[in-house]
Design a protein around this ligand. Structure first.
Ligand code: AMP
Length: 355
């Protein structure tokens, strides 16, 4: 066990790191962050924050010297950065990042453990793309294999007619058949170093333009029926990676069963509701897991819960949001610029308490 008072290092400086750091502080840990120049909103919750490029080995060794354990809040931390750290500091094997950083890898990995992704093809050339548009068919989505998030690096191909206008973007891509689904949902689990696993309830997740807008509980009968199979896959993924901490898998609930979309080796936007809505939040349990503390219960405490993201200039409406009915819990991430399409915060409303 890593005793409170020790220092947790977090790679990445976004809102997930900020909320993780807030939980770490509550448990009496110190936090040091590391990320390249940017709007590193986690820094406000860290006792120290190193701003340096991911390949700055001198800065990384200064960071490592301060840490008793290292975790990440961002799945695209370069593998070279993680490899440059003393491996004994890592709370979780870096293989989790390696798998999750590449959509082709994560789909192959989930398939090898019994998961079902959408039909897909690897795209390295213009010819691969032409063949995939025929073999996988339309509608579909072309996505860069790496570095995409919140719907960025994605191009929808609605029809065969549209397919003729699609060009290979010059980097390795995946072309996926478009899944007809009832609801999207995620499985979020926490796994301790001793291999024990706990799941939070799965919310129904609504997206707009590829970005999560809302997470809702209860998630509905179809999701509830498919959660056991989805959890089974998530537990196998966690186990086979030797995972420690919070892990998220995203699914489409279809008439044919859960279709695996992607995994995130970290706390997740669709788990923000757990701060007010669950016995223990995803952030606190992540910290407990990486420090070897007993995991907290994950039970949902209310009969209905809604988490909504605050995007762009919506963040300037704090007064109006807090005046809305239903005792909204507002979380703002302290980002400098309320750019369009940027996640600035979230608001959670909980319904009647479960006895
Ligand atoms: P991703 O970055 O892969 O999670 O994609 C972002 C969002 O785009 C998903 O949450 C879905 O709303 C949508 N999406 C992505 N891939 C597919 C697909 N193959 N079929 C249908 N919708 C998709």
């Amino acid at each position: 066990m890593l005793a409170p008072g020790s220092t947790i290092g977090i790679l990445g400086g976004g809102q997930l790191g900020r909320m993780m750091a807030m939980s770490a502080l509550q448990l009496g840990y110190k936090v040091i962050g590391f990320a390249p120049e940017g709007d590193n909103v986690a820094a406000a919750a860290c006792s120290d924050f190193i701003t340096a490029d991911w390949d700055d080995t001198a800065a990384l060794s200064d960071f490592a010297a301060c840490c008793d354990v290292v975790t990440w809040e961002f799945e695209n931390v370069p593998l070279g950065t993680v490899a440059a750290l003393p491996q004994t500091l890592l709370a979780c094997p870096s293989r989790a990042l390696e798998v999750a950083q590449d959509r082709l890898n994560e789909k192959a990995f989930a398939t090898s453990l019994g998961g079902t992704p959408a039909p897909y093809a690897r795209i390295e050339t213009e010819d691969d793309l032409s063949a995939a548009l025929v073999r996988v068919g339309t509608p579909g989505i072309l996505k860069t294999a790496r570095d995409g998030y919140d719907g960025k690096g994605q191009w929808r191909v609605r029809s065969a007619l549209e397919a003729s206008g699609v060009r290979f973007p010059g980097v390795t891509c995946i072309y996926e058949g478009f899944v007809t689904y009832e609801t999207e949902f995620s499985v979020i689990l926490v796994r301790g170093a001793d291999g024990s696993v706990k799941f939070w309830d799965s919310t129904a997740n609504l997206h707009d333009g590829g970005m999560l807008t809302q997470s809702i509980l209860p998630a509905g009968a179809m999701v509830e029926a498919q959660v056991p199979q989805a959890r089974d896959l998530a537990a196998k993924v966690a186990e086979s990676l030797g995972y420690v901490g919070v892990l998220t898998l995203e699914f489409f609930a279809t008439r044919e069963g859960p279709v695996f979309n992607e995994m995130a080796p970290r706390v997740h936007n669709s788990g923000h509701w757990t701060i007010e809505g669950a016995a223990t939040s995803q952030f606190e349990n992540h910290i407990r897991a990486i420090c070897g503390l007993p995991l907290g219960g994950t039970a949902t405490r209310f009969g209905s819960i809604e988490m909504r993201n605050i995007v762009g200039e919506d963040a300037l409406r704090a007064h109006a949001i807090l005046a809305e009915p239903g005792e909204p819990h507002l979380h703002l991430y302290g980002k400098r610029e309320a750019r369009e399409g940027r996640k600035m915060g979230h608001v959670t409303r909980v319904g009647h308490a479960i006895r």
